[in-house]
Design a protein around this ligand. Structure first.
Ligand code: 5GP
Ligand code: MN
Length: 326
């Protein structure tokens, strides 16, 4: 994939724009929020008027990020001419369609998903980047803005969370080089890691207990599936966003190549897919209308839990079988 795409044009458009609206994806995570806030601050430093949008309630564990309280759940009205989507593979990730965007608006798409649909008028998609935070950092540098402590905190959080603490296969030497630059700006590592990993609400641990309780192992130990029903959320007192990261507990079991967490969200079942070494879960998720990365992806089912579980189990078992045979 051409990872530079329209980067020149995007920099030029942002330089000239008086106002920019920034958008980040549903089920917000450290990468989309941190990157969006860092870019917004950089744009403000060069005199732009900026607004921040996310369709969902924000997770409390990110409340320490500078600028967090400025993110709105209402679409900017009136829309500015320049709209910048951060960490979104398609407009559906923001619960939007093109018809909701003014005809004369310019849509900029800044992302790192292999499943990106190049939905923007201008696209900058680097599927090699561990996090869109890497792309955001490059963008800010190319805008000629000096990275300050607040931007560094946001960008470090973006890169550290999406690379799984520099553990996932998307982590490169460049990831570490960029992160080292951020550390030079005075990032408080202890405080960030403590906020992200050691301040979990008790309800989240109770939700984990529910998920582990229903853990199933398939495909000779290579597939681990967990489910969370609406009752599980109710009984543990956890909001939807607290299921973030739970799938990694299934992924960490010896012998497991693929882990799945299926959760009931209203009438739908939302699936989180992870793989360890080789299986392309983006391809599996794409079969069900979703997407993401090769080792981390998601999709949504409009069926009851039992059916969704059967569908995803069959698809993954088959992929594991084919992979093993080749
Ligand atoms: P998570 O399982 O943490 O929600 O998402 C894992 C990765 O897959 C993230 O990069 C996320 O953006 C992407 N992803 C999750 N759900 C969907 C989906 O329904 N559609 C697409 N295109 N990507 C998704
Ligand atoms: Mn991301």
């Amino acid at each position: 994939m051409n990872n530079e795409n329209n980067s020149e044009e995007i920099i030029e458009i942002l330089r000239k724009a008086p106002k920019v609206a920034l958008f980040s994806h549903v089920s917000p995570d450290g990468d989309c929020i941190g990157s969006m806030l860092a870019i917004g601050r950089a744009l403000e430093k060069i005199g732009k008027e900026v607004s921040f949008y996310n369709p969902d309630p924000l997770p409390g564990y990110l409340a320490f990020l500078p600028g967090y309280s400025r993110i709105r759940q209402e679409l900017p009205c009136p829309q500015p001419k320049i709209l910048l989507f951060v960490d979104c593979s398609d407009l559906g990730r923001v619960n939007m369609t093109r018809s909701e965007i003014y005809g004369d608006s310019i849509v900029l798409n800044l992302d790192h998903h292999i499943s990106n649909l190049f939905f923007g008028d201008f696209n900058w998609v680097d599927a090699q980047a561990s996090a869109v935070g890497e792309v955001a950092l490059t963008l800010i540098k190319r805008l000629g803005v000096e990275i300050d402590g607040d931007m560094a905190t946001n960008l470090y959080t973006a890169i550290m969370t999406d690379s799984g603490c520099f553990e996932y296969s998307n982590t490169t030497a460049q990831t570490h080089r960029l992160t080292a630059d951020l550390l030079d700006k005075g990032v408080d590592l202890l405080s960030i890691h403590n906020n992200i990993f050691n301040q979990k609400p008790l309800a989240q641990i109770k939700l984990l207990a529910c998920a582990l309780n229903g853990l199933e192992i398939h495909a000779d130990g290579r597939l681990a599936i967990m489910t969370l029903s609406a009752e599980d959320f109710q009984e543990s007192g956890a909001e939807q966003e607290l299921s973030e990261g739970l799938v990694n507990h299934a992924r960490s079991i010896a012998g497991v190549e693929v882990a799945v967490l299926l959760k009931e969200v209203g009438p739908e079942i939302k699936g989180a897919l992870r793989s360890n070494l080789w299986l392309n879960v983006n391809e599996i998720a794409a079969r069900f209308g979703g997407g993401g990365h090769q080792r981390a992806a998601g999709c949504t089912f409009g069926t009851p839990m039992a059916e969704a579980k059967q569908c995803i189990t069959t698809a993954i078992e088959e992929a594991l079988r084919i992979g093993r045979d080749h």
